[in-house]
Design a protein around this ligand. Structure first.
Ligand code: 13P
Length: 229
């Protein structure tokens, strides 16, 4: 089981140092991947680290970008790509190049996909997600594809407390696995220590990507304990 923590744009360096002490105390038999802001990625820790984003470019004249090679040199093994909070400003081509750069540097992309509320109401959830998966299903070689983790994050469930039914989540997870049978698939969107008892009944989920919960180590520990029961 994988649980990835997306800190988003939270914690100053000093706040993060205090927070990290608590995260380092967490017990979990699965794999915990901490994705702090770029600034905080350089704080030394034994916790497995991931970035929240990566440049689509190699090193060079790209002001403000952080390359996969730079992240990899820090020992970082994962990076979220295509989060809905970023997809607004990223093209599909850039996204594909981000995935490429990560794989070239032996890092694992965590590709976020998910429908908006209006997509679900129109009945186009699978069509939207199918398109978002295209960079992996259409352009990566067979042997590269399974190195990508997919995170199903319905946009309307992120940070809202509103969450799909288990049946709705299972339908999408099954759809993703029908296209990518060898890939790990996570669920993200308002997952917390209260709804994990229900969520964990869904078959086929390989883990979770959590935002708000990642900021509260005590609640995170409850979540992980319940997940492991
Ligand atoms: P919340 O867990 O706060 O809904 O955020 C989910 C998310 O966006 C993780 O990437």
């Amino acid at each position: 089981m994988i649980v990835a923590l997306n800190n988003k744009s939270n914690f100053t360096r000093d706040e993060y140092v205090e927070y990290l002490k608590e995260i380092e105390e967490i017990t979990f038999k699965g794999k915990l991947i901490l994705c702090p802001t770029y600034l905080n990625l350089t704080v030394k820790t034994d916790v497995i680290l991931g970035a929240q984003d990566v440049s689509p470019y190699e090193d060079g004249s790209h002001t403000g970008e952080i390359s996969a090679r730079q992240l990899s040199a820090l020992g970082i093994k994962y990076s979220i790509v295509g989060h809905s909070e970023r997809r607004l400003s990223e093209t599909e081509e850039e996204l594909f190049n981000e995935i490429r750069r990560l794989l070239e540097n032996n890092m694992t992309p965590i590709l976020c996909v998910g429908e908006r509320k209006a997509d679900r109401e129109k009945g186009s959830t699978k069509a939207v997600i199918g398109n978002q998966l295209a960079s992996v299903t259409n352009y990566l070689m067979e042997n590269e594809r399974s190195n990508v983790i997919i995170a199903y994050e319905p946009v309307w469930a992120i940070g809202t407390g509103e969450i799909p039914t288990n049946e709705q989540i299972k339908e999408v997870i099954d759809f993703i696995k029908s296209k990518l049978p060898n890939n790990k698939v996570l669920y993200g969107g308002s997952a917390n220590e209260e709804n994990i008892d229900t969520l964990k009944e869904i078959e086929g989920i390989d883990g979770y990507l959590v935002g708000g919960l990642s900021l509260k180590p005590d609640k995170l520990q409850i979540f992980l304990d319940k997940l492991s029961e």
